[in-house]
Design a protein around this ligand. Structure first.
Ligand code: ZN
Length: 241
C-alpha cells in the first residue's frame, strides 16, 4: 500500500559538542503537535520531502521544474505547520538530481544533508556549484548493518559504535527513522545512545555543526552516484577527492 503522502521532516538531537561526534536524528511523518513540541524542546526540525515515494523513486530522473515544485510544496507545508521557514533539508533515501543543490541555494536553505560521505562540503553537480553546504551522513544505519556479517539486533549498536571511532574531521552524522529506530529497533537505539554516552560522545544538531564550521575552510566537491554496503541501489555520495 502506498504510504500516506504528506510532508516528512527531520529533527536533530540537541546537546553539547565536545568535538567528537555530531549527529542528526531523522524522524518522519510527525504530527504538527509533535513537531511543535520537538522544536520547543530545542530539537531541530527540517524538511525530508513532500511525498516520500515520489521523491525517493523518481527525483533522480526528473527535471528542474518538477524538483522545484516538490521542494516548494514541502517548504510551504513546513511553513504552515511550524509558522517559520525551514532552514534545512535532508533528502529522502539520499536521492537527488543535479538541480537539487542549486535549488537549495536559491530557496534559501542554510545547509542540507542529502548525501553519504565523510565531511562537510559545498556540492557541485553538472558543473554548477551551490552555496548550500552539505553535511553528509557519515555512519551506517541500523537497517544497513542488521542481517550481514553476523550483525543482529543484539550487537548492531557495537558496529555503529565501532564506525563512530573512524576519523571524521568534523564529527559524525547519524541518520535514523522514527518508524524503525523509534519503534521496532528502539531497544537497539537505546543501547547505542548509552554506548555513545559511555564513550564520551556528545550530541548536537546539524545547525550547531554548521555554525561551528569556518565556511572559508569548507571545500567544494562533486556529488556523484555510489553504493553503500547493506543498502540497495545508487545513492548520492560525496566524491572521494
Ligand atoms: Zn526517509
Amino acid at each position: 500500500m502506498r504510504p500516506n503522502p504528506g510532508p516528512t521532516l527531520l529533527a536533530g538531537a540537541r546537546s553539547v559538542d565536545d568535538g567528537q561526534v555530531a549527529r542528526v536524528l531523522v524522524t518522519e511523518r510527525l504530527a504538527e503537535v509533535a513537531l511543535d513540541s520537538l522544536r520547543d524542546a530545542g530539537h531541530e526540525v527540517g524538511i525530508h520531502c513532500y511525498d516520500h515515494v515520489l521523491w525517493q523513486d523518481f527525483v533522480a530522473r526528473r527535471d528542474r521544474a518538477w524538483t522545484r515544485r516538490q521542494m516548494e510544496k514541502a517548504a510551504q507545508a513546513f511553513q504552515e505547520a511550524l509558522g517559520e521557514p525551514a532552514a534545512t533539508l535532508g533528502a529522502a533515501g539520499w536521492q537527488l538530481n543535479e538541480h537539487v543543490p542549486a535549488l537549495e541555494q536559491d530557496m534559501g536553505f542554510t545547509y542540507a544533508s542529502d548525501v553519504r560521505g565523510n565531511a562537510p562540503f559545498y556540492p557541485v553537480m553538472a558543473g554548477q556549484a551551490s552555496a548550500c553546504m552539505q553535511l553528509p551522513t557519515t555512519l551506517p544505519t541500523l537497517d544497513e548493518l542488521i542481517g550481514r556479517d553476523g550483525i543482529d539486533e543484539h550487537n548492531a549498536h557495537g558496529s555503529v559504535l565501532a564506525a563512530s571511532s573512524r576519523t571524521a574531521p568534523h564529527g559524525h552524522v547519524y541518520t535514523l527513522h522514527a518508524e524503525l529506530e523509534g519503534m521496532k529497533l528502539l531497544p537497539v537505539m537505546r543501547r547505542l545512545v548509552e554506548a555513545w554516552l559511555a564513550d564520551g560522545y556528545r550530541f548536537l544538531t546539524l545547525g550547531e555543526l554548521h555554525e561551528s564550521l569556518d565556511a572559508g575552510t569548507v571545500p567544494q566537491k562533486p556529488v556523484q552516484w555510489g553504493t553503500v554496503e547493506g543498502r540497495s541501489g545508487q545513492l548520492a555520495v560525496e566524491a572521494a577527492i
